[in-house]
Write a protein that binds this ligand. Structure first.
Ligand code: MEV
Length: 298
């Protein structure tokens, strides 16, 4: 058969957890938005066995079983900071599912993206709630609750939020941080339960605020800061994260919190004119992004 050169791509956005990281693992709701940065997976035809064009051997060993055994070379391009709490592995999973569907002349659906996304996320992160790849696949803000019977997913309209996201420069390892909270839960159940419940209450308040047609930024920001204090009490903050939080509060920010697993990763902040802070933060050694909810093109 003549060699047919083909190229197919799939894209999926990353995410930011506005509230409820970690408590979502314990059955409380989380709210997350898809963001204007994401992952593109490109499949092209090749002679011989399928492979990933990446130096990351772990990533290749997790994802290779999802490819046809031969004929496909995979390239990954990400505008998201990788491993920093913005859902890069979830976006990669969903983008791969989309690229593979296109390769087969199909369009992928949410349930396939959810199922395959979950099985890939389990290999990357151990015991994920599923919120990351749900948001990535839906491209909409979600109110997400993990239940024994399956997730309860309520899509919401993306809010008109512009956020300053600052990379602490440290990698946040989701599996390790989820394990860290589980250990605390075992060692100090009463304190840990109370913190998780506090985060659950804050999430309900943030949910109500996000449903208002005009966002009350000062009170929303105050909720983010309260959420951060609870995450700090769980031991998930770091000196770099705290120095970014201090920068935001001393520069007129409405509020800020770590977003994602913590132990590194990013801080998201609600602050006027976020772009103005990007150069100053760069001088301090931090890469910052102006983030807004993902807008689907089609
Ligand atoms: C990671 O993005 C969010 C966590 O809540 C873990 C999870 O939900 O799977 C820390």
């Amino acid at each position: 058969m003549p060699f047919e050169k083909r190229t197919h791509t799939g894209f999926a956005p990353g995410k930011l957890i506005l509230t409820g990281e970690h408590s979502v693992v314990y059955g409380y709701p989380a709210i997350a938005i898809p963001v204007n940065l994401g992952v593109t997976v490109t499949l092209s035809s090749t002679h011989g066995g399928s492979y990933f064009r990446t130096p990351d051997a772990r990533l290749e060993s997790i994802l290779l079983p999802f490819l046809p055994t031969s004929g496909v070379a995979v390239s990954i391009h990400s505008t998201l900071p990788m491993g920093k709490g913005m859902g890069s592995s979830a976006a990669l999973s969903v983008a791969l599912v989309r690229a593979l569907a296109s390769w087969e002349g199909k369009t992928s659906d949410f349930s396939t993206e959810y199922e395959i996304g979950m099985s890939i996320e389990k290999q990357f992160h151990g015991n994920p709630s599923g919120v990351d790849h749900t948001v990535s696949a839906l491209g909409k803000m979600v109110f997400y609750t993990k239940k024994a019977s399956g997730p309860e997913i309520t899509p919401m309209q993306n809010p008109p939020l512009e956020l300053l996201v600052v990379d602490s420069g440290e990698m946040g390892n989701t599996a390790t941080m989820v394990e860290h909270v589980a250990k605390q839960y075992k060692e100090s159940p009463e304190t840990t339960k109370e913190i998780l419940k506090n985060i659950g209450d804050i999430t309900q308040t943030i949910h109500e605020k996000l449903l208002c047609p005009i966002l009350d930024l000062p009170s929303l920001g105050a909720c983010f800061t309260q959420n951060h204090e609870q995450l700090r009490n769980l031991g998930l903050s770091t000196p770099a994260i705290e120095s970014i939080i201090t920068y935001i509060s001393t520069h007129g920010g409405y509020g800020a919190k770590l977003s994602g697993s913590g132990g590194g990763g990013v801080v998201m902040a609600l602050i006027d004119s976020p772009a103005q802070h990007v150069p100053t933060l760069a001088e301090m050694g931090y890469t910052a992004y102006v983030i807004h909810p993902f807008v689907p093109t089609a």
